[in-house]
Design a protein around this ligand. Structure first.
Ligand code: URA
Ligand code: URA
Length: 278
């Protein structure tokens, strides 16, 4: 496995973050350039190697400690507080669904708006049933529609790198979207489509009860918070969704188009990461 510090530095460079000065071996090998960091990442100096001497591992341990914290912004002030409509015991067709798999099965077997007519596969979302972090995107794209899985295209790869930089694996978190079926030509989902699909997301969040929600992009942020505001106005605050801290950041697909947003995204995800530990 690649040296975790080298991987971290490569991700840091990729995300547009500040240069980091590490001690000892790493500092000599990795002098800030992404290319060199990548080279070093391939070097066989794993600190995860269980056959390595305990003494060497102990000596390297301090520099491995939560590197994402270096230069992380402080947790920002409180933002909006949203209480989602209480789920009534009678009359709500989703009220009887008690597991994520039951919700997913209902999504796959139900046609609730025009998007369901044109889908190849519904994309309910996936991840750990005990996830402390839930990531919410906009809606499935072409690859997601083909596979029935969220964030498996290019944006998904970037999302996995971002998660890895804050020491989370894709399978530790839960990843889903506001709408569960692909909008044709990847257009934005329309208000009536969002309204028809939103009960599923609400139910998923009610079942998961995560510690933190990360809204990826304007559609997720506006939908979860029930407002029309720019992403800029919603970032850098800790909102509350049913008492769960909610942080807003750029959508990974937007980062692919505009790398200038990588640094602010790196700040946002480190705010979310700190809230997980709080
Ligand atoms: N750790 C986990 O195991 N899951 C999360 O969602 C976040 C941190
Ligand atoms: N973009 C999204 O918003 N969601 C996905 O699942 C993939 C791309």
């Amino acid at each position: 496995m690649a040296d975790p510090r080298a991987r971290y530095l490569r991700q840091q460079a990729e995300l547009g973050g500040n240069e980091v000065v590490l001690d000892g071996l790493a500092a000599r090998r990795l002098d800030g350039s992404a290319a060199k960091a990548q080279e070093a990442a391939a070097a066989p100096t794993s600190t995860d190697d269980p056959t390595e001497s305990p003494r060497r591992r102990a000596a390297e341990a301090p520099s491995r400690r939560a590197d994402w914290r270096i230069g992380a912004p402080p947790i920002p002030e409180a933002g909006m507080s949203i209480v989602s409509p209480a789920i009534p015991l009678v009359g709500d067709p989703l009220a009887g669904l008690e597991t994520l798999e039951q919700v997913a099965e209902r999504i796959r077997s139900t046609y609730c708006c025009g998007l369901c007519q044109t889908r190849k596969n519904a994309v309910p979302g996936e991840g750990s049933a005990t996830a402390k972090l839930v990531l919410v995107g906009e809606g499935p794209g072409a690859t997601e529609d083909e596979t029935g899985r969220p964030f498996v295209g290019q944006a998904g790869k970037l999302l996995e790198d971002i998660l890895s930089a804050i020491e989370l694996r894709r399978e530790d978190v839960f990843i889903c979207n506001v709408v569960k079926c692909r909008p044709p030509q990847n257009r934005k989902p329309q208000p009536d489509e969002i309204e028809a699909c939103l009960p599923y997301l609400r139910r998923q969040l009610a079942i998961l009860k995560p510690r933190v929600i990360l809204a990826l992009g304007t559609t997720a942020a506006e939908t979860l918070l029930g407002v029309k505001k720019s992403l800029g106005a919603l970032r850098l605050k800790v909102h509350q969704y049913d008492g769960i801290p909610l942080v807003v950041t750029y959508h990974p697909a937007a980062l692919l188009r505009n790398p200038n947003w990588k640094k602010p995204t790196w700040d946002d995800v480190r705010i979310a990461r700190q809230l997980l530990d709080r």
